[in-house]
Design a protein around this ligand. Structure first.
Ligand code: ADP
Ligand code: MG
Length: 583
């Protein structure tokens, strides 16, 4: 028999979607406090929040006359009509949380506003509300949720252990505390009496706390802006990977969000700068006008839909890559930088106070200095040369590699600035090709293509989907023919590609849903890989010289696009240690 459910049951079922477990109640209540402009939020709980969950804030409170409304479904002070969605700045807007909590727990709220002389207490006990009572005046609002789901054995059964509910509560707390470092936060577990108290601090200090890091020097921050979108990234420098816990946190206008393509774009930004992308630790704060995204997608509101996702992704990639590039440059070309700065800009005080660096500079100064001379002769004004160096645009400043020979037709042996370099010829070639392709693509919006003498048949699933992306295919140098029987032939391909045509196309197919920036990088790095010489290939000296030249004239080429190192460097000092000339 089909029966219509009584309204209170319908309500309870709906409540379960907003409040799944204590942690989701905590999230809603924190957001209410944030919407009330609180500067301090204190939380107490017992039994993972299932028995008791209490949130205190110092926000603007609710007036006695409005309190009964706050408990009603779809009652909100934050959204009036649909157009408000476009300008919405608040966390809440559905007016569901309090009414949902009131139907599945014993919910009490003590609150008062600045202009009231008394406070008020409102209560809803499993859907039955009491009349609002006057109480003492207080600053802000206290919400107490008792015995959540106690009358809903079916839902209680789904609750995990007290331990995992506790963990989930702590996780919510940690993420919001990281989202809003300028606020004071506290959380107390009434059973273990464990308490965390955080006073207002900077984003960097809060980030260190979040990742259990201690040394702020291990982190860098990068800022980027475009069309009213601002991103700030705080991230662990790649050479310190593994020293703190790993993880990625994203905040959009102060709201913690999860988005796999945002994560992907951040990981992408590290491409070539690390071998262990899994050890990444970073926080990304995005500030964007509400009109460019939609948070109403998921009932928990942790997912968003960006209207122009590509733009945000590429802003993140660019911002992070620019910083990584200059960090990397400092690491790889440090002696050169130190010397040129020593001549050009005396007030590089950090260099003198940093002991290890002071020694390098001193050591360098007793050696012949081709770099110094070229800088002295240079007519570049100071600020320009400095900027140029950071971008790696002044090839002359970096002295040339001397090619010494090749080992096993796999490793290139070279010398520069009293250091010995061993290059992996495949990785080096791949990296150089990749940078060249990327540059070409940036300038021309396409890469050189060549018609094939004989079309190559390829086996591709979803070939027709790929062929639909004709423009993208073409800009990446491909031209394809799709036969009626579903067979595909490659008619033209990137001119430099030597093999692996099908693998490049598979990559394209695999990435076709990704933002165009990421897709291009993926495909170009695959093209570079299948075009580069391999281990044991015989490469003529002239070609090796050309590679070394491109290498020294380009920035940050310490890794192949997949992140394997391109070279290993031995300083004279390393050799002296090996030969036990020094200890
Ligand atoms: P929403 O947040 O979507 O508006 P809620 O059910 O969470 O819906 O809250 C209903 C209303 O109660 C809010 O619109 C707000 O006016 C008021 N409110 C809830 N919590 C607080 C608080 N901590 N401080 C001040 N006002 C609050
Ligand atoms: Mg709310």
């Amino acid at each position: 028999m089909i029966r219509k459910l009584p309204p209170h049951i319908v309500h309870q079922i709906a409540a379960g979607e907003v409040v799944e477990r204590p942690a989701s109640a905590l999230k809603e209540l924190i957001e209410n406090a944030l919407d009330a402009q609180a500067k301090k939020i204190s939380i107490e709980y017992s039994e993972g929040g299932l028995h008791r969950l209490q949130i205190d804030d110092d926000g603007h409170g609710i007036s006695a006359s409005e309190l009964p409304l706050a408990f009603e479904a779809h009652a909100t002070s934050k959204l009036r009509d649909f157009d408000d969605f476009m300008t919405l700045k608040s966390y809440g807007f559905r007016g569901e949380a309090l009414s949902a909590l009131g139907s599945v727990s014993d919910l009490q709220i003590w609150t008062s506003t600045a202009d009231e002389t008394l406070g008020s207490l409102g209560r809803v006990n499993y859907g039955v509300s009491d009349a609002v009572k006057p109480t003492d005046k207080r600053l802000g609002t206290q919400v107490l949720v008792t015995d959540l789901f106690a009358r809903h054995p079916a839902r209680l059964k789904f609750m995990k252990s007290v331990r995992s509910e506790t963990q989930a509560l702590q996780q919510v707390f940690r993420r919001y505390a990281l989202a809003m470092p300028e606020m004071a936060w506290a959380i107390l577990d009434q059973q273990s009496q464990k308490e965390i108290r955080l006073s207002p601090s900077s984003r960097l200090d809060r980030t260190l706390w979040f990742f259990d890091g201690e040394d702020s020097e291990q982190w860098f921050s990068a800022n980027g802006e475009e069309d009213l979108i601002h991103v700030e990234v705080l991230a662990l420098k790649p050479k310190h990977f593994g020293k703190v816990r790993s993880g990625l946190q994203f905040f959009l206008n102060g709201r913690p969000i999860r988005d796999s393509s945002l994560e992907f774009s951040l990981r992408r930004a590290y491409e070539g700068f690390t071998l262990e992308p899994r050890s990444l630790a970073a926080v990304v704060y995005i500030q964007a006008p509400p009109s460019i995204f939609d948070v109403n997608v998921h009932p928990m509101k942790s997912e968003v839909r960006f209207l122009n996702a590509d733009k945000i992704f590429s802003l993140i990639v660019r911002t992070v890559r620019d910083s990584l590039q200059s960090l990397h440059l400092e690491g790889v070309f440090e002696p050169v930088l130190s010397r040129s700065f020593a001549i050009d800009s005396p007030p590089r005080v950090e260099a003198a106070t940093d002991l290890s660096r002071a020694v390098t500079v001193a050591e360098q100064l007793v050696q012949p200095m081709p770099v110094a001379r070229s800088l002295e002769n240079s007519s570049l004004p100071h600020h320009q040369s400095r900027e140029g160096l950071q971008l790696g645009l002044i090839p002359d400043l970096v002295s040339k590699f001397k090619f010494l020979g090749s080992l096993d037709h796999t490793y290139i042996v070279a010398e520069r600035d009293q250091a010995l370099y061993l290059f992996d010829q495949h990785a080096l070639h791949e990296r150089v090709l990749y940078e060249e392709l990327l540059q070409f693509y940036k300038d021309q919006k396409s890469i050189p293509s060549q018609r094939l003498l004989f079309p190559i048949p390829v086996l591709l699933q979803n070939a027709e989907k790929l062929v639909e992306h004709e423009e993208v295919l073409e800009s990446l140098g491909f031209e394809m023919r799709l036969w009626n029987d579903g067979k595909v032939q490659i008619v033209a391909a990137p001119a430099i590609l030597k093999r692996g045509y099908d693998l490049v196309l598979h990559k394209l197919a695999e990435c076709r849903e990704l933002p165009i920036e990421t897709l291009t990088r993926e495909v170009l790095s695959t093209v570079a890989c299948h075009s580069a010489v391999r281990a044991h290939d015989r490469v003529c000296d002239a070609e090796v010289e050309r590679l070394l030249k491109s290498f020294s004239s380009q920035d940050a080429l310490g890794h192949c696009p997949h992140g394997r190192p391109t070279f290993i460097r031995f300083e004279v000092r390393d050799l002296e240690k090996q030969f036990q000339r020094v200890v």
